[in-house]
Design a protein around this ligand. Structure first.
Ligand SMILES: NC(=O)c1ccc[n+]([C@@H]2O[C@H](COP(=O)([O-])OP(=O)(O)OC[C@H]3O[C@@H](n4cnc5c(N)ncnc54)[C@H](OP(=O)(O)O)[C@@H]3O)[C@@H](O)[C@H]2O)c1
Length: 280
């Protein structure tokens, strides 16, 4: 494997780390986003999931691809199946960023997409990351800055949060080696924490109190739609906390270490490395 690696969502939460880590290892990277934003060390390409006329050029002279659906989109299968088909027709190996737990039920759209990739005939690796630690400085950032609180419908459920840098390191290992081909990996952090416990870890690192305020689905949907999130996507986001409340997001796996050779970061390390993002 010596050709270019296409990275979708290359300026996003995980993709930006994937590009940075690949470039650091001397790989030739094509960084795809709608705006073809310049990315240090990589060539940029315009790619819009919703505009198929942008897809073919992104795949020219590529032998591996990191594929994800950016946040904010419903209909994962409609977005992913054509990309997997295009990759397969070109013999491009796909490392696919799926979602933790979707293998529980073959009818889940992300699982349907995984199955489509597995049957596509091309080489594949599926990564199923759990909830990102990075959500604290993305989706929940404003609540932490303005209200010193994380308000989500997670109940008392525990989550083995993972740092996006460790998802990216796992992706880089899967892209650069054929040892992991045609296998799926469930990526978690090293420990399962309730949101109360996670808020306490953040409070310690930031030197001020951050609390967890559990809310119910309707309150959560109301907050999101009030902030301009379309109602169907707000309801989707609320629905994915059901597995958290049930305790299904608490599993801790060794798959990051299997892929990267080292243990994933804990929430304390994430918080310490990101204190600057929470400065008030
Ligand atoms: N957050 C979590 O806790 C979590 C947990 C498990 C799994 N996941 C999964 O992870 C995925 C999201 O990963 P992420 O947070 O790394 O992504 P992200 O940050 O939301 O992705 C943003 C990137 O995608 C690009 N993008 C946005 N719209 C696009 C479009 N229409 N066509 C092409 N590129 C587009 C953006 O650049 P431009 O705006 O310039 O296009 C940017 O590069 C989702 O599938 C989610 O289900 C998330």
């Amino acid at each position: 494997m010596s050709g270019r690696i296409l990275v979708l969502g290359a300026t996003g939460t995980v993709g930006s780390h994937v590009v940075e880590q690949l470039v650091a290892r001397g790989e030739r990277v094509r960084a795809a986003s709608r705006h073809a934003a310049p990315v240090a060390g990589a060539e940029s390409v315009r790619f819009d999931h919703l505009d198929p006329s942008t897809h073919e050029a992104a795949f020219v002279d590529v032998d591996r691809a990191y594929v994800l659906v950016p946040s904010g989109y419903l209909g994962a299968q409609d977005i992913l199946h054509p990309i997997f088909d295009r990759a397969a027709s070109r013999g491009v190996k796909v490392v696919f960023q799926s979602v933790f737990g979707v293998d529980a039920d073959d009818s889940i759209p992300y699982r349907q997409a995984e199955l489509h990739l597995e049957r596509s005939g091309t080489r594949w690796v599926t990564l199923r990351p759990n909830w990102f630690m990075d959500n604290f400085h993305t989706y929940w950032h404003e609540g932490i800055l303005r209200h010193h609180a994380v308000a989500v419908p997670a109940g008392e459920g525990k989550t083995s949060f993972i740092d996006a840098r460790d998802i990216a390191a796992s992706a880089v290992a899967a892209l650069r080696s054929d040892r992991f081909d045609n296998r799926a990996f469930n990526l978690s952090g090293p420990e399962a924490l309730s949101y109360h416990e996670a808020a306490a870890v953040l409070s310690n690192a930031l030197g001020r109190t951050v609390t967890y305020r559990p809310n119910d689905d309707e309150t959560f949907v109301g907050i999101l739609t009030g902030a301009g999130v379309p109602e169907d996507y707000a309801r989707f986001l609320s629905s994915i906390f059901h597995p958290v409340r049930e305790g299904w997001a608490a599993a801790v796996t060794g798959d990051v270490e299997t892929l990267t050779g080292r243990a994933p970061r804990d929430l304390r390390a994430y918080a310490q490395d990101n204190t600057g993002r929470f400065a008030v």
